[in-house]
Design a protein around this ligand. Structure first.
Ligand SMILES: [Zn+2]
Ligand SMILES: [Zn+2]
Length: 1013
């Protein structure tokens, strides 16, 4: 649409909003609605409209009465609580000992002291200045008007800095511009006249230049679609308030250490002020809506408010509203009073700890610092008011209906408040909430139904629920009365603790599959709880995993010896049967290697990326995955099939999260041995494909070095693009480039400098594509930069090779990274492809491991058969895959799924084979054996299958130093479990994972044979 037409429509529409359109009767509800929206969105802070009544409605008043009565009932007749309630009897002793003995403990206690002294040394009025009566605003969608489009991207950064020593300003984390600023005045006003609060906001240049367009389209956009009006002054208010809540903990700990009443007195003063302010802070959402009514009334009725309670500066944000019924733009998920996302309820714990530790504090005069009046105020107007604000979202009082990734913080807050205030009903909801999360948010392998980073987000507030309630004496009438220690009796909890440890990269981060950031890894809380509760899992690795400075919790709960240890975590080669992701590894420590294949089922925060490959060699990322950049329009590329290392069929997206038609990934085979490990998986994510299957074979050299064989079979569709891109040789690499050997690729134009641009072509899709038609079957491409390089060997006959560049941005700042992408393209009707490739990283000292590599023709072995001869500096390999017919090649006979014959540099010969009947070269190998044990079972236990058919004669499924996987359907997907032992009619699995009760009775156990000469 041309801008002229759009402007014309705007003008007509604005007329309509002012109530002048012909069809709207003056004084009608529709006229009032339009008049109201036009008035608010002008941004001049209009108060009540002429037809609005002032004062609270009867509903609000009655609602508030019921709330206050409920508070009274809850607090009346509580059991006597011993304070502190959140700390065990040894806590103070451990703290004092740790201050003496634990390296890093002093660092933390000094920090407490610095903050605590800073606060108690302030003049009168400081607390009131730091915690303002005016509702705090927030930083979601923060856009720095000073550097946007130049250094940062619109709506993408929350990178504003704040420092408690200069509390009245924030500054841009990138350009350092300070706000509030006269250069960027907050000229817009959003008034909440019923409740007597006024917010000043920033209109950007476009908005100021076009006062007639208040649709919201001219505002800065969050994720490209949501208008954002920032309030820098409101961000300052929020930063100050959050700091003061955190400082409550610092003050309380310093009081505990020193016994000096002034620290406790400061806790009392701050909490008293919070109670005063929190009670009146208005309910608002992270899309700029504020509810001009009793804030708790708004939380309970958030989707059903009279229009005149809803205040938002963008007209488009009222589209679904009538005069009688208006909606907040977000549920409690994205709303709150202190902070618009579940109201920052993780901070409730800080307040609870402060209250708990100072509960019985006395002043210098020996009189209690907490008067009864102050206690009542804090318990009612801070703790209960805050908890009530979140309660509706969970289903109402006593309910624990939700188990999404944001509710753990609500349950955690309830656990803390339940214990400190002595309210068993909240401990109850918290525990039920944990159980709901455990049973619904986490799969049986301990991984959530989202990504690794989001699994961590679940854990961050879920694990503390169990920890806060540990040792709690459940009342007699409680369903949890007499419950066992969950750390001992709850296998799922143990699985949740184990999962993150086992899927770390050699750099001890999470693999950036799905919505996982490049830098996320296990949290300190998780590791410290683990050290305390599962020492067998975590002992000896404390410093490796979390450095030297412990958290406050650790000082109260761990001994100095627990916090020592520089061992590396074991990092096994592993397959997660629920997450459906396989990890092949070689070497140990930070320079080890990892090839990971992801084929997860549908889930939240996952991608359309079945069979995506990620590869790290020598601790360096070789084959990449863009991971996650939250809250930006980049996500559409990042989530797309097209941005992953896999085969793109018909230039289309894989099926992903289609209602009633989930993708069905499937584990086909997995084994690990000392010299080679392999995994194969398939998926039905492309409906036009009857086969979409990838097999990777990791060849293991000394000192963690690797070469990766990659066989990708696709049948169906008419265009197969095998896509490969490396993290190396991106636009950020020094002296970076892409070189071809064996094809005459035209010269590369300079990589585009897209900077902070959010234009579609700059953040989505490949560009500058160079093309070679009908290339030879054998060529290589090298991604080169200073210090490291990666060579891709192609052995596929193709119609074309494309070389392009695409978006490679992986974090908010700095923006604009590009990566180099190569496509091997085959075309044809009802196309069948077997892509054959080798991924070869060089060593950090520049040595290429491969001396020679060639693909051998094996036409008689079957259409899918592949034979590769690879000679490396550490040994030679013959890799054979999918030989339907027994065939001889290079003096080797093979039939079966996969077989590798090797000879190490020292002359030692060896072989490995899975699902094969024959693999024979001279004396080495075997012939005419059973390839698999297959059948039904008479009984399935969590780690044992009683087979209805006896083990085939001469069957071999286990070998020294090797691991084999049993293939079985877990009730939802064809997946697999690691084998422990086989007997005549029984298969036993390791205890790493448990077979779910829903598992099918059919199983397949491929043979595994491995031997060294
Ligand atoms: Zn800036
Ligand atoms: Zn991805």
């Amino acid at each position: 649409m041309s801008s002229f037409i759009r402007c014309l429509l705007c003008a007509v529409w604005l007329c309509g909003m002012a109530g002048d359109a012909l069809s709207i009767e003056p004084g009608s509800n529709e006229a009032k609605r339009k008049e109201y929206i036009a008035a608010i969105t002008r941004g001049d802070g209009v108060g009540l409209l002429p037809w609005q009544k002032s004062g609270l409605t009867r509903e609000e008043i009655e609602f508030r009465q019921r709330i206050e009565e409920r508070k009274t009932t809850l607090l009346k007749g509580r059991p006597q609580i011993q304070h502190p309630a959140l700390f065990d009897s040894e806590a103070r002793r451990r703290l004092l000992e740790n201050v003496e003995n634990a390296e890093g403990a002093r660092h933390l206690t000094n920090r407490w002291r610095t903050i605590a002294d800073h606060i108690v040394d302030q003049p009168d009025g400081y607390v009131a200045q730091m915690i303002e009566e005016l509702t705090p605003w927030y930083g979601y969608g923060f856009t720095c008007p000073h550097c946007v489009d130049r250094l940062t991207q619109e709506g993408s950064g929350r990178s504003a800095n704040w420092d408690y020593r200069k509390p009245e300003q924030i500054s841009c984390g990138v350009c350092r511009q300070v706000y509030p600023s006269e250069a960027y005045p907050e000229t817009a006003m959003l008034n909440a006249p019923r409740m007597g609060q006024k917010f000043s906001l920033y209109f950007n240049e476009r908005e100021r230049a076009n006062p007639m367009d208040r649709s919201g389209k001219l505002a800065y956009q969050w994720i490209g679609t949501r208008p954002m009006n920032m309030s820098f002054s409101g961000m300052v208010r929020q930063s100050k308030a959050a700091f003061m809540l955190g400082a409550v903990e610092d003050l309380a700990y310093t009081y505990l250490l020193t016994g000096e009443p002034r620290y406790a007195a400061s806790v009392v003063e701050i909490m008293d002020r919070f109670a005063h302010c929190y009670r009146n802070w208005l309910y608002h959402d992270y899309w700029n809506t504020v509810a001009d009514c009793d804030p708790l009334y708004a939380a309970v009725n958030d989707m059903n408010l009279p229009l005149e309670f809803k205040r938002n500066l963008s007209a488009d944000n009222y589209k679904r509203d009538t005069l009688e019924k208006a909606r907040m733009l977000q549920t409690f998920w994205g709303a709150g009073r202190l902070f618009p996302s579940t109201d920052a309820m993780w901070l409730v714990t800080s307040a609870a700890i402060g209250y708990d530790l100072t509960y019985n504090a006395t002043g210098a005069d020996g009189r209690p610092l907490w008067t009864q009046e102050k206690r009542t105020k804090v318990e009612r107007d801070l703790f209960l008011e805050w908890i009530f604000t979140g309660e509706t979202y969970l289903g109402g009082p006593g309910k624990s209906d939700l188990h999404n990734n944001k509710v753990p913080r609500i349950y955690h807050a309830m656990a803390a408040v339940g214990r400190v205030l002595g309210l068993p009903e909240y401990c109850e909801v918290a525990m039920a909430g944990y159980e709901a999360l455990r049973d619904h948010a986490f799969g049986y392998d301990g991984f959530s139904e989202e990504s690794a980073t989001y699994t961590a987000m679940y854990m961050e507030q879920t694990l503390p629920i169990v920890e806060r309630l540990h040792g709690y004496k459940w009342p007699e009438n409680s369903p949890h009365h007499g419950m066992d220690d969950p750390y001992r009796s709850d296998p799922k909890l143990k699985a949740i603790y184990q999962a993150p440890l086992d899927h770390l990269t050699p750099k001890l981060k999470y693999i950036p599959f799905e919505d996982s950031t490049q830098s996320s890894g296990p949290s300190r809380d998780y590791l410290e709880f683990g050290l305390k509760r599962y020492p067998e899992m975590f002992r000896g690795m404390a410093e490796t995993l979390m450095g030297k400075t412990p958290s406050a919790w650790a000082l109260f709960n761990l001994d100095a010896a627990d916090l020592k240890g520089t061992n590396q975590p074991p990092l096994p080669e592993i397959y997660f049967p629920g997450w459906m992701t396989a990890l092949l590894r070689n070497g140990a420590g930070p320079t080890a290697s990892l090839a990971a294949l992801n084929f997860s089922p549908d889930g939240g925060h996952r991608h359309a990326d079945n069979l995506a490959l990620w590869y790290m060699d020598g601790g360096e990322r070789i084959l990449g995955d863009l991971g996650y950049v939250s809250d930006t329009p980049h996500l559409s590329w990042i989530k797309s099939t097209r941005s992953h290392n896999l085969v793109v069929v018909d230039d289309s997206e894989q099926r992903f999260r289609v209602r009633n038609n989930p993708r069905r990934p499937r584990l086909e085979m997995m084994f690990t041995t000392p010299r080679v490990s392999a995994v194969e998986a398939s998926s039905d994510a492309y409906a036009q494909c009857r086969d979409y299957r990838r097999e990777i074979v990791l060849l293991k050299g000394p000192e963690g070095r690797t070469v990766l064989v990659d066989l990708f079979r696709v049948k169906g569709g008419s265009n197969h693009a095998y896509r490969v891109w490396s993290e190396l040789a991106s636009s950020w690499g020094k002296n970076a480039g892409l070189e071809f050997n064996g094809v005459a690729m035209p010269a590369e134009p300079p990589l585009p400098k897209v900077g902070a641009s959010l234009k579609r072509e700059d953040i989505y899709g490949l560009r500058d594509t160079r093309v070679i038609q009908n290339p030879t079957n054998s060529w290589q491409a090298k991604w080169i930069e200073d210090g490291r390089a990666f060579r891709f060997w192609n052995f596929t006959s193709a119609d074309a090779v494309h070389a392009s560049n695409g978006p490679g941005q992986q974090s908010h700042n700095p923006p604009g990274r590009r990566v180099r992408v190569v496509d091997v393209i085959r075309e044809g009707k009802e196309l069948e492809s077997v892509f054959v490739a080798i991924h070869e990283p060089n060593s950090s000292d520049g040595i290429w491991p491969i001396r020679s590599a060639r693909r051998l023709d094996v036409p008689k072995a079957g259409a899918d058969a592949v034979a590769l001869e690879i000679k490396t500096v550490w040994g030679d390999y013959l890799v054979l895959s999918e030989f339907e017919q027994e065939t001889e090649i290079l003096n080797t006979r093979f039939q079966g799924k996969v077989g590798v014959i090797g000879q190490a540099a020292d002359g030692k010969k060896w072989f490995a084979a899975s699902g094969a009947t024959t693999l024979q070269r001279g004396d080495l190998g075997f012939s005419n054996q059973t390839a698999r044990w297959q059948g039904g079972s008479t009984r399935i236990e969590s780690n044992r299958i009683h087979s209805a058919v006896s083990m085939p004669k001469g069957f071999s499924a286990l070998a020294e130093g090797c691991q084999n996987w049993l293939l079985i359907n877990d009730g939802n997907y064809d997946t697999g479990f690691p084998l422990l032992q086989v007997d005549e009619d029984e298969i036993r699995l390791t205890d790493r994972f448990s077979l779910p009760a829903t598992a099918h009775d059919k199983f397949t156990l491929p043979s595994l044979r491995y031997a060294e000469e």
